[in-house]
Ligand binder design. Sequence first.
Ligand SMILES: NC(=[NH2+])NCCC[C@H](N)C(=O)O
Length: 323
Amino acid sequence: MGCQIEKLKEEKKTGSSIAYGCDELGKLKSVLVHTPGDELNLVNESNYEHWLYDEVPDISGYVEEHRQYQGLLESNGVRVYELSDHVDENRELIRKMPNLTFLHDTAVISGKGALLSKMRPPARENEEVVVKEALNNLGIPILSEFNGSKGFFEGCLLLSKDTIFVADTERHTYPFILEFISNILTEFEEVIYTRIPKARRYMHPDTVFNRIREDLALAYLPAFEETCLFTEDSSERIDFKAYMQEKGMEIVPVSDSEQNRLACSFVPLESGTIIHYDTSLDRDTKKDLAGEGVEIIPFHPEALLAGGGSLRCHTLRLCRRKK
Ligand SMILES: NC(=[NH2+])NCCC[C@H](N)C(=O)O
C-alpha cells in the first residue's frame, strides 16, 4: 500500500503518464477496476431497484468474485490498476456509489484520450467525477466530456481509431448523443448510431453488440431498431449487419435468452480470445465460436450477478496493443 501511495505521488508530481488507448483490438495490457467496498452496504431489500441492482448483493461473495476476476486478468498478463489508489479529492464520493464498480460505463479510452460519460441521476450521478480524477492522476487526458447537466450519456464502444458505436439506450438522452456525435466527428471518421429498446436488459451498448476479432462479433440484431451512419458531412440510414459485413466483419447472432444473460458483453483478452461468464452462451453458440477458432476463458459468476453487469462492465480498459 505504502508503495502505491509513493507511486501515486510520483505520478502526480512528474505528471507522467501510463500507456493508454484501446483503438486497436490487440492484447489487453492494462485496466482500471474498482473493488467494491462499503458502498455495497447501501443496497438493501427496500432500495435495490433504486440502486439498479437485480437483488441485494451478498457482499463478501461479491468482493471475493471481483478479486478472483482481477486475479484472472493478472494471470493473463494484464496490469490491474485500482481506482481508489488514484483518487484523493473525491474519495468520499466512492462510499456513496454502489455502481462505481461498473467502470465500463463511465469512460472509454482512445489513443487520443478518454471519452468521459455523463452518468444518469440519481443512482449513477457523478461517477464520472471520480473516474476523471483517477484518469487525470494516471496521466490520461480527457478527449471529450459533457458540460451541460440536463441529460446523460452512459458510454459508447470504440471500434477502431476511425469508428465509434453509439447506442441510444435508457441511459442516453438524444440531445447528448447529438452533441457527442458532432464533437467526436472532429476526431473520428464515423459514428455508427443505433436506437435500441429502452429497457434494463439493453441498458448499455455492450448488451447488444461486441467484437471478438476485427472480423467477428456477437450481436443481438432484433434490438437494432434503426441504425444511422454519421460522418462529418453526411448522415444516412444503414443496415447494421450489411454495413459491418462490408467492412469484413461477420456477426454471430445470439438468442433472446442469451442476450438476457449478457451474451454480448465479454472482455476480449486479445483478438479471438475472450473472458466471459460461463452462464451467458448456449452450447450451440459456443460450438459456432469454437468452429471460428475463438477461445473462451470461462468465469463462473454467482454473487456478481446481483449487480446486473458482466465482467466487461466491471472493467475500464486502459490499453491494448497489437504485438
Ligand atoms: N455495461 C453494462 N452493461 N453495465 C452494467 C451496469 C449495471 C449497473 N447495476 C447499472 O444498472 O447501471
